[in-house]
Design a protein. Structure first.
Length: 400
């Protein structure tokens, strides 16, 4: 039958008029809307890409499931950074061409369709809903997925989307709550889809970090020492043995290198979890050509291993977020707080309407994302994926 129709307010052309206004401001527009990384790709990744430019899987067809080296890098990353031994919980992994296609195809690859229900947070990344609609399944939005009573007794629930840290709110789901979601999903035979793309961007331990910014001035970003790279805290993983009770059954975790390594253009991500589900998805992906190019697989392996570069990026984003939070408070967003995780400051619009605030902010050349894109028209999302210089200038304008 092919893809079903979808509908979504998630259309960046809708902010074109605000951008036009912002561009007329002296100094130009500061775009804090799309969460597209701007910082350098780690040199280790660049060198790996160059070295693999004429490898056998560059001039020949690459392997869908990933090279042996990439598989080892994924296994090592889960063990070191997430505390998960994939094999011990009967989990497998497959690389994906970025995380967005994995999200958008997920319901279809799970064979969901008319009559099936997919649960998701009411305020969330728009592609969860679009992917469910493409499969022809029904979207059920709930205020809080940790409130299992809001969905566990609904007929025909087949999958539950979890996003922690959350885009756009930055909220983090604790391990006990995550375990409760998994237990409830297993009772009804549903799959937990845990989007953990921002897992290493955890700010809970940094909330009281001294002086990340003073009057909008960011700290310098010194490269992290190799031994400090392993000090990165991480949010709870759905595949953690304590969370999944030692089994990956009915769990799929998604992760991306777009934010941790500034590799959005490389399209490097993965699905890990239930061996049976991942193996079946791998076969489908092979047939439809959803395969990461060979040289990029080598780059992905390098990115997963370069934890020192990830720590450096963590520091950049922490400083930018802290500066933005302080400046947004000065502008009048009194309730704004440092997010628990992810790369965004989520604030309630002063006017209680995102579009009214968008117009006011455009007059000083600043463009956030309208909360309506994420299901909350009374809110705004400010992204820290802008250069230090752009963040400094945004802070100056917000404080003026």
């Amino acid at each position: 039958m092919g893809f079903h129709a979808y509908s979504s307010p998630y259309d960046w052309s809708r902010i074109a008029g605000y951008k036009a206004t912002a561009k007329t401001v002296p100094g130009g527009m500061i775009d804090l809307s799309v969460g597209s990384p701007v910082d350098p790709v780690p040199s280790s990744v660049q060198q790996a890409l160059i070295a693999a430019a004429d490898a056998s899987n560059a001039h020949g067809y690459p392997v869908t499931a990933g090279t042996a080296d990439l598989k080892d890098a994924i296994d090592d990353w889960f063990r070191v950074m997430r505390g998960v031994d994939l094999k011990s919980i009967n989990a497998a992994a497959v690389p994906t061409v970025g995380s967005k296609e994995a999200v958008a195809l997920m319901a279809s690859l799970l064979h969901l369709g008319p009559g099936d229900v997919v649960v998701q947070p009411r305020v969330s990344y728009p592609t969860y809903e679009i992917g469910t609609q493409l499969a022809g399944a029904t979207v059920l939005k709930v205020d809080d997925v940790t409130d299992v009573d809001s969905w566990a007794d609904v007929p025909n629930v087949k999958a539950i989307w979890v996003n922690s840290p959350c885009n756009p709110t930055g909220e983090v789901i604790g391990a006990d709550w995550l375990a409760g979601i998994i237990a409830a999903a297993r009772r009804i035979g549903a799959v937990v889809l845990s989007d953990e793309c921002y897992a290493l961007m955890d700010w809970r331990s940094a909330r009281s970090a001294a002086g990340a910014s003073i009057n909008g001035e960011l700290e310098s970003n010194e490269p992290a020492a190799a031994d400090r790279s392993f000090m990165l805290s991480a949010t709870p993983c759905a595949l953690s043995p304590q969370v999944c009770e030692g089994s990956a059954d009915g769990i799929l975790v998604l992760y991306s290198l777009s934010k941790q390594s500034n590799m959005a253009g490389y399209r490097t991500a993965l699905i890990a979890g239930d061996y049976r589900l991942v193996r079946e998805m791998s076969e489908y992906r092979k047939q439809i050509g959803e395969i990461i190019p060979g040289p990029v697989q080598a780059a992905m392996a390098a990115g997963l291993r370069d934890t020192a570069a990830v720590h450096q990026q963590w520091t950049r984003y922490r400083n930018r977020l802290t500066a933005l939070v302080e400046a947004l408070k000065a502008y009048g967003y009194d309730s704004v707080r440092m997010p628990a995780g992810a790369l965004y400051v989520w604030v309630r619009a002063k006017s209680d309407d995102c579009w009214t605030d968008m117009a006011k902010l455009a007059e000083i050349g600043i463009i956030p994302s309208p909360g309506e894109f994420y299901g909350a028209p009374a809110y705004l999302r400010f992204s820290a994926t802008a250069t230090d210089e752009a963040i400094r200038e945004a802070c100056v304008r917000l404080r003026a």
